[in-house]
Design a protein around this ligand. Structure first.
Ligand code: FE2
Ligand code: FE2
Length: 340
């Protein structure tokens, strides 16, 4: 006995309507309506699990009502009642979503059997729907958690990058400003090269800290008002390796390592620290290498004046393919990224 399941019997004739109600009333919560419009209005007030409905009714026939019910209450099962004359219509009604039909005059056991089958289908679809809803809820909860975790990681990442940038600033203000300009120029070049948004951001962050290793270089060398001696230059050349050691301890900064390690490699293999050449140098490092050189040339140093944009363009042209990746230099030469 399951009196919580609701059945609505719709028939304009009192006798079949009542006889079906009598058959079902001990097992289910049964209500009745004398026409389709009345039935639909009752359904809009209280949902039902299953409708038993005559096909031939005045005002609105059972087939039209079936389509209305399926539109508004797709999970409600509908069993049609039909006289032999309307048997074909009843068969056709299956394609409009009717669960089954009962041929008049009907037998009590047939009614109980078909109704119970209809309710079994309704129960399983309700169960599946509930399971699907639970899974969808769970998926959206997990998506929210992932997005929050991603935001937190990004905040940690940017916080750490900022802390490192401020550490460079405290030691050497020139390097701080230089790093910011190199970051802007590098990300603009990466964008022109068609890099994905995520890669552009990674290159920008990496460029911000490409000289982080200078924290470990003697201040007298770093801020020297003149050209470096060869020993001092040897010392200065350690900054990529020092930078890698600093950043290696922060797992989510590992994407910046290739830039920190290789931004002084030359396209012809005559750079440092490893002397790797061409495409062996990671693309991000080749981009930062060009941006780094441009910024150094455009800045006045204690021992030389800043180069003009024309002079920088000539230097880039003359050193494309030797010092610089020619494809990256081309972005500047053809004006797709303009200099500051
Ligand atoms: Fe550097
Ligand atoms: Fe630099």
């Amino acid at each position: 006995m399951n009196n919580s399941e609701r059945i609505l019997v719709i028939d304009d004739e009192l006798a079949p309507r009542e006889s079906i109600r009598m058959v079902l009333k001990d097992k289910y919560a049964v209500s009745t309506a004398s026409g389709a419009l009345e039935g639909l209005s009752m359904m809009s007030e209280n949902s039902v699990d299953l409708v038993v409905m005559d096909i031939k009714m005045p005002k609105m026939d059972g087939i039209t009502a079936l389509q209305e019910i399926k539109k508004k209450h797709p999970d409600t099962e509908v069993i049609l009642l039909t006289a032999y004359a309307s048997l074909e219509t009843a068969r056709d009604a299956i394609r409009f979503g009717a669960f089954d039909y009962l041929l008049k005059p009907f037998d009590k056991d047939d009614i109980l059997m078909v109704v119970e089958k209809g309710l079994t289908k309704r129960r399983s679809s309700t169960g599946l729907k509930m399971e699907r809803d639970i899974l969808l809820d769970r998926a959206s909860y997990l998506e929210k958690q992932i997005s929050e975790a991603r935001t937190n990681i990004m905040m940690c990442y940017e916080g750490t990058v900022n802390a490192l940038i401020l550490t460079i600033d405290a030691k050497d203000h020139y390097t701080y400003n230089h790093s910011n300009r190199v970051a802007k120029l590098s990300s603009a070049m990466a964008e022109v090269l068609g890099s994905p948004e995520k890669t552009i951001k990674e290159i920008e962050h990496a460029a911000c800290i490409h000289d982080i290793g200078k924290i470990g270089i003697d201040e007298n060398i770093l801020k020297k008002n003149g050209r470096l001696t060869s020993d001092e230059y040897m010392e200065m050349k350690k900054h990529p390796a020092i930078g890698v050691r600093i950043v290696q301890s922060v797992p989510f900064l590992e994407d910046a390592i290739p830039v920190i390690q290789y931004h002084h490699e030359r396209y012809d293999g005559k750079g440092y620290p490893e002397g790797i050449k061409g495409d062996k140098i990671p693309l991000a490092a080749r981009i930062v290498n060009v941006a780094d050189a441009i910024d150094a040339m455009m800045c006045a140093r204690p021992y030389r004046a800043a180069l003009t944009v024309d002079n920088v363009m000539s230097e880039l042209t003359n050193n494309a393919g030797t010092q610089f990746d020619p494809a990256i230099v081309e972005i500047i030469l053809n004006g797709r990224v303009t200099l500051f």
